[in-house]
Design a protein around this ligand. Structure first.
Ligand code: H2U
Ligand code: ZN
Length: 352
């Protein structure tokens, strides 16, 4: 006789990620022991508003010698060490004896850096909503300006926050890489959304959001225009997905009210992250937008992913090793538990 099914928070199971079309293994029985909340000490918040040695602070010389202006809000510049160049860099044609398995092709692009604020010690969590809204405006401006370039097809905006995530500098900033080709991760999400639309005549993320808003179990924080949730298929322990309630494709489509609402959600999520272990929480934040020349036929639902590595304290992080490297992602903490813990945290930053 088949055993009576037990709830998903008790049994090992796998969950499907319909955006990337891959599975994730969830092993909640490994967290059955009561949470003893390893007490990490509160980390000091950086207090230096201006660092004379910082490459990104107003007025300072960058490593290539160029001086930053004495900027008062946001400041964007072409990366001095760009991963891509805007001019065609021809690659050698294959020779007759080359294997068809050795494939290379040229790739053009433009890399930019955007400083969020002149104050070296701030983070998104500790900026005001109007200040973050100015950053959202800059993301929209950069997306539009880069997207107008005929050879640019995709604009990837991302923030590496914290040394643990490889940020080279604590000054609040992000990177923008605009590329000729749509990168694989975006392409996979786009293909999934296009195929879902063809099959259901509706948007994958609109349908998903409706389910999450009904169930509430994985919602972290919501306002009138945006929702932040731990996705059903989250890989990172406290991963979140930020979705506009309205179906729209990129930063440029956001109304002024949506820009403010996005700023408020980003502040609410990053504040809860910092409050979780009472440390400046490391993460990678990335936005997925539609390709710049409308190659998505309107199927792409703009969104942001937060991928934070911390698991149990300021020091104990999740590593993507072993089974994750060789087989598939795995987690112990259920997305529902992660969402409940984030949801229960105060809106007020622990350092304020
Ligand atoms: P990360 O912290 O995510 O590494 O971003 C910082 C970027 O700033 C990095 O790509 C660039 C680096 O190339 N940079 C400059 O363009 N000029 C500088 O003087 C320092 C850093
Ligand atoms: Zn600085």
């Amino acid at each position: 006789m088949p055993a009576t099914p037990r709830p998903l928070d008790l049994v090992p199971h796998r969950r499907y990620n319909p955006l990337l079309r891959e599975w994730i293994l969830v092993s909640p029985q490994r967290t059955q022991r009561p949470w003893q909340g390893e007490t990490s000490k509160s980390a000091p918040i950086a207090s230096l508003a201006y660092d004379p040695t910082c490459y990104l602070c107003p007025g300072n010389a960058r490593s290539g010698g160029v001086h930053n202006p004495d900027y008062k809000s946001v400041f964007a510049f072409d990366n001095d060490f760009p991963a891509l160049l805007p001019d065609e860099q021809p690659v050698p044609a294959p020779s007759p004896d080359d294997s068809p398995l050795l494939v290379a092709e040229p790739e053009r692009g433009i890399c930019r850096v955007l400083c969020f604020h002149p104050n070296h010690s701030l983070t998104l969590a500790r900026m005001t909503v109007p200040e973050i809204a100015t950053v959202v405006d800059a993301w929209a401006f950069e997306t539009a300006a880069l997207g107008e370039r005929p050879f640019i097809n995709h604009v990837q905006i991302f923030e590496n926050r914290g040394a643990m995530m490889g940020a080279s500098n604590p000054h609040p900033h992000c990177q923008i890489w605009a590329t000729e080709h749509i990168p694989d991760e975006s392409l996979r999400e786009l293909a999934a959304q296009q195929e879902y639309h063809a099959e259901h005549q509706s948007c994958l993320l609109c349908d998903y959001l409706a389910t999450e808003v009904t169930q509430q179990a994985r919602i972290v924080v919501e306002n009138d225009l945006f929702v932040a949730l731990v996705p059903y298929w989250a890989v990172w322990p406290f991963e979140t997905l930020v979705l506009p309630r309205r179906h729209l494709g990129d930063f440029t489509a956001l109304t002024p009210a949506e820009r403010t609402a996005l700023a408020a959600i980003l502040k609410a999520v990053t504040t809860r992250y910092d409050n979780l272990f009472q440390v400046p929480f490391p993460y990678c934040l990335g936005f997925h937008q539609r390709p710049t020349h409308g190659q998505d036929n309107g199927c792409m639902h703009f969104h942001a992913h937060f991928y934070p590595p911390l698991l149990r304290s300021a020091e104990i992080r999740k590593f993507m090793v072993g089974f994750e490297m060789f087989a598939q992602p795995q987690r112990d903490l259920t997305p529902e538990t992660a969402a409940a813990r984030l949801r229960a945290l105060p809106d007020k930053h622990y350092a304020d």
